[in-house]
Design a protein around this ligand. Sequence first.
Ligand SMILES: [Zn+2]
Length: 252
Amino acid sequence: MRIIDFHAHLDDRWLHKPIPDASRMIEAMDRFGVDQTCVYTMMGFYAETARNNDLLLERARRYPDRLIPFVTVDPKLGSEAVDELERCLEQPEFRGVKFHPWLQAFASSMLEETMTAILKVAARERTPILFHDGTPPYSTTFQIAELARWVPEAKVFLGHAGSADYVDPAARLIRDIPNLYGCYCGSRPGDLVHLVETAGAEKITFGSDFDPGSWELLAERLDNTVEAGLSPEALEAVLWRNAERILRPPSR
Ligand SMILES: [Zn+2]
């Protein structure tokens, strides 16, 4: 079965901690049968967003068939952030957008104008937008779900589908908001079945969060997904079919 990992980080470090480079990531993907991985920055959440977008693109371009970079911008910069998003999305390799409001230190509710503009650009460019969710102060599942209501044509992902504490509200919100999706990445093993039964298999993708935590995450989270007891059709949807349908189409 094909596998697309919808949530991973590719960078040279997370603050003081080195994280695996692209060749190590490819090794891990080969070992566990992952065909493609969506990769996000780490350090770009803190500073020098444009430079980090360029670095991520450069790293991902070494493995164009395997790595799919997502752009990030700093919405605190207002229209500059929208310009940076437009600049990056001119590169066809960027097939999604990622935000981490907690690390990036912004409350969407205080930046409604900029976030609405960003969501509209993403919708026009057909890129999904994935947000870290499940943690206060700026990334509760409820705050992220609210964003999906602002621009119904944008495809918004709860990047951790509620994480450990908010899986049930996440499942209901994904069910009730047509353009809200969930990445099963960090919730507990049994939670996948609940998410799929409540929200529908077509709205959930698999993600590992490789590798700011530890590199065993990929093996563990893949195992939790494959062994969850889903029907073959639902498992296929979660492991790759949804990701392929929702990502911005690759350029020909
Ligand atoms: Zn992450």
